[in-house]
Design a protein around this ligand. Sequence first.
Ligand code: FES
Length: 108
Amino acid sequence: MSAQRVCSASGLEMDTPLRVELDGIAIAVVKDSDGEIHAIGDRCTHGDVSLSEGFVEGKTLECWAHGSAFSLETGAALNLPAYEPVPVFVVQIDGDDVLIDPTVTKEV
Ligand code: FES
């Protein structure tokens, strides 16, 4: 499996998660306020809800359902009720293309 284009970097709105699905894996793509682009698993580990419908705050994405925040850098759940991390995917930028390989997660 190789990295696939999911969107353009310039078209990604800051602090507004974009939900993409690659090979059946839901991924939340986020451009933070520093302009850095992250990709984490889109399913909250507390309940089966989409994190991309949540709120970006700095380097975190907060679940809209019960407020657990997940690190965009490590995937760690930073507060209860969620306690298990979400996967963090490696993001590649090629020109203006944002590329993600859903089989490659960051070692954190
Ligand atoms: S479903 Fe996400 S914190 Fe409960």
